[in-house]
Design a protein around this ligand. Sequence first.
Ligand code: NAD
Length: 473
Amino acid sequence: QVAARMDETAVGIADPAARISVLLAAQKAAWSTDVTPSHAVRDGRLDRLDRMVVAWESRFAAAISEDFGNRPAVVTTLTDIVPVRAAIRHARRELKRWMRPRRVSLAWTGKPASAQILRQPLGVVGIVAPWNYPLNLMLSPLVGALAAGNRALLKPSELTPAFSEVLAKAVAETFAEDEVAVVTGGPEVATAFTAAPFDHLIFTGSTAVGRKVAEAAARNLTPVTLELGGKSPVILDPSVDLGKAVPRLVWGKLLNSGQTCVAPDYALVPRGRVPDFLAAVKAEVAEQYPGLPGNADYTTIISPRHFDRLVRLVEEARERDAEVVELAGPHDPERRVFSPVAVVGAPDDTGVMAEEIFGPILPVVPYDTLDEAIAYINLRDRPLALYWFGSDKAAEARVLSGTIAGGVTINDTILHLSQDDLPFGGVGASGYGAYHGEAGFLALSKEKPVLRQSVLSGVSLLYPPYGRLATWM
Ligand code: NAD
């Protein structure tokens, strides 16, 4: 009934704020008629989501490439389609176990009552995604939301208009509007969206916008998961084998042309190894992306504004006497191909050292002792990811216990994200809360403790009048 009413009301409403409140009201109304959906209902939604991703894959890839200028379909397959389908598979495999009530044993003071914890959906979840992996960062949180039994409204980025349009069509074809729906638009729409009284918000984006989202959500006491960005360091230990480490580092840095939240942002390199490191990086860039800027495997920069920002970062570092090392051919500003650049010794207050780079620029920070490298990281915002390369187990242990980061990959980059059983989330300025796998299910569930009193209870002995109790004590 609610779905039928929605067809008449939300369709055709042009004003985004009105559309958001109509959709939210419809989803809340529909939720209240089935507060804790069965396993079959949830599994059915996940199945439909999977079928949607398969059926629309080539249209998603073409739209994302159009939004970027050039983004190879294989990159979209590997980084958007495959992870979402893996997340759906994983959730469907584990769902019965995740949904099961947890038995809790009581302290002797509680006996002979019994207790359990029920895992219930929160209601309606709002998901706001960025442009860099537009499908993955929208649908992976949705997998957790649907598995946990929620309904969801999705708000993609205005920088991926072609993708957003395809997503809206795909979702409308797959789900009733009171199950899952898409709202498109720029920052004004995003502001109205995050001000709406959702039962939970998952926001993926920049730290600056994340602050605004947290403020807006606080007004409704809406809990938020903030998946933000920042500068993720790489430490190359003196024990590193550059021949093994550099290809993995270059892959992680240049995937999607550095437009990755967990991309290695800068590299801490033992001072004496810097020349060898730079030579190895340059050779590896030529190996992975020969012929730049004319290489179709290389993703273009999302917008002229972002391209110009990267140009400015390098120019500022050069003016401040940093060594700028071009790692491949020239840039192609017309097509927004930004060829990789390393920057050595930029002062701390330059943009390359102070801001998240989000592009193919690799600042190199020479260091003398491991303590110095650890202190460098700890004196800055807590990173979303941290990478360490080496074979010295004692040094590895010192880095792991001496730093805090959202997640870590040892002797590679990015890959901790690819495992559904590893919770993914930031800490400090890189965000709070986590999702993926059971962590995503739990983030969007209410764990409700229930105590069931026994007929044999002796608690009445504690009731007033307390004079009676005093004779026992
Ligand atoms: P962004 O913060 O500019 O935009 C993200 C989303 O927020 C978009 O949908 C946008 O419309 C919306 N938005 C804009 N203004 C808003 C406002 N005032 N209130 C509410 N929402 C608003 O980020 P971006 O440029 O799209 O993405 C890049 C950033 O995202 C980088 O910092 C990157 O590190 C981060 N990121 C983090 C992760 C992660 O999982 N932690 C993943 C990808 C990207």
